[in-house]
Each structure stands twice: as structure tokens, then as C-alpha cells.
Design a protein around this ligand. Sequence first.
Ligand SMILES: *Cc1c(COP(=O)(O)O)cnc(C)c1O
Length: 216
Amino acid sequence: MVHTLLEDLKEQQIQLIAVSKRKPEADILEFYHMGHRAFGENRVQELVDKQESLPKDIEWHMIGHLQTNKVKYIAPFVHLIHSFDSIRLIKEVNKQGERLGQVIPGLLQFKIAEEDSKYGFAQEEAIAFLDSADFQNLKFVEVHGVMGMATFTDDEAQVRGEFKRLKHIFDTLKATHFSGKPYFKEVSMGMSGDYNIAIAEGSTMVRIGSLLFGPR
Ligand SMILES: *Cc1c(COP(=O)(O)O)cnc(C)c1O
């Protein structure tokens, strides 16, 4: 079942971020030994602890809300921050990148769900920021695409509509702000319950936890 999922995604060239939050290191190693390298966590302390004790060629993805005062702990090793959800955070990531002398990649997180989620940009807000000199002066962050979470509902049409919106935001930004920037290419959407819909709507990267590791 898990093998089939890994093969399916590989065949479709969809990147799989195995969401290992709240799961022990032994579970991560099981996937590691099958050849899997990309894992996602949503708490800084847990991410740092796991990074320290697990193999160094694991690609760690930060997928949850990131407090600005904690960026410094993950900046040296994080592979991709999926959750650029405020201007303040992006500026802090830039500051830590500058300190380390390395460019840190991230995805703009958009609020696409109908339910009241606290985090993520509105489209107009992100565009205003991308237009600003403030953004253009940030040399140590690189925006690699977009991320979003659909409403937690059985209503497939609603989920599909929300993913469509995120893909549309991606296409728009690609044309208006990132044309000629080949690194702007990721649409991170889809979790255990909705990844098939997300892929049909243009996801390049799915974040799957419970389907791989069992319920938390
Ligand atoms: C926990 C989490 C996931 C994975 O959720 P599952 O339903 O277990 O697949 C994906 N994305 C984010 C942002 C998460 O916090």
C-alpha cells in the first residue's frame, strides 16, 4: 500500500514530503532505508532534535507556522520552508540567511480554505509585498512557489475549488513576478485526505503524514 503510493507519485513526478511530525525516529528510518529522503515537520524543537540524530542527507521541510524567534535554529539546515506566511517572517529568514551567507528557499503560504485558518497571505497582500522595494532588497531568501491547505471537509467540489484557486495564484505570480525565474516552480498542496484532488489540480509536491505513518 505504502510502496504503491511511493511508486505512483514517483511515476507522476510528484514530490512526496513524508510528514513525520509526532512520529519516532525509527519510523523515519524505515522510509529512509527504502530510499526516501524528504521529510516534513511542523515544530522547531522536534525538527532540530530529529535533524541532529538522523542521517545528514535527509532533506528537512518546515511545513508549519514558524515563529520569527525560532528561525535561527533551523536556518542552517532547512531544505525548504513551506510556510512563508508573513512579511515579518520572510524578513527574519533573510536576516538569518545573510548571517549564514546562504540563500534560504521558501514557499508563500496562501489562505485558501474557507474555514478561519490563522495563517497565510491573501493574494493582494502577497502581490503588494512582491511589488515592494522591501521584497526586492531581500537577497537571502528565494521564493520557490506557493503552498496552501484546503478546508477539512468531505465536500470534494469545495476542496477542488480551493486547490484550483491556489494553482491560479501560482500561475499568475509566475507570469507577473517570477517569469524567467526557473526556481519558482512548486505548488505544495495535498495531504492524506485530499492529495488525489490536489494532484489533479496541479500540485507538484504533496505533504502526506497519516497515510504513511498511521494516525497520530
Ligand atoms: C500534518 C500536516 C500535513 C499532513 O497531514 P496528514 O493528514 O497526516 O497527511 C500536511 N501539511 C501540513 C501543513 C500539516 O501540518
